[in-house]
Design a protein around this ligand. Structure first.
Ligand SMILES: [Zn+2]
Length: 131
């Protein structure tokens, strides 16, 4: 049994409207896949990527050649976090953005960014493949 939210009348589970007041009881819920996993993975991956990028930037004080890669990694991580947020709106394109940012991050800093890239890539794959 379900109770009407408006008047409190008991209605059958299958009833779509309250028999007493006509209030809609069985709100048709859109079946939407939760994208929390992708969001969390993407954000954590992005944070790891950011840390790796910042670390590479700091390291570039000693090895200037790493500086550009660090900046690139920071950008890739930001794109990854944006992609993770976008998964909530559009899983397919958010996932593609995530995967691109993961590849970008991997190219940028293969050593420092690898964990972030793996997480971002995983989040992207989940978003694209999970129905
Ligand atoms: Zn009612």
């Amino acid at each position: 049994m379900i109770y009407c939210q408006k008047c409190g009348t008991e209605n059958n589970d299958s009833a779509n409207v309250c028999k007493n007041c006509g209030e809609v009881t069985n709100k048709v819920e859109l079946k939407k896949t939760s994208r929390t996993v992708e969001l969390v993975l993407g954000i954590i991956g992005g944070i790891f990527g950011l840390l790796g990028g910042v670390f590479a930037l700091m390291f570039s004080a000693f090895a200037p050649s790493v500086g550009g890669l660090g900046a690139s990694a920071v950008l890739a991580s930001i794109v990854g976090i944006v992609g993770a947020a976008y998964v909530m709106q559009n899983a397919k394109w958010g996932g593609i953005i995530l995967i691109l940012s993961a590849v970008w991050l991997l190219i940028s800093i293969s050593v420092f960014g690898v964990l972030g890239a793996v997480l971002l890539g995983l989040a992207g794959l989940l978003a694209v493949l999970r129905k």
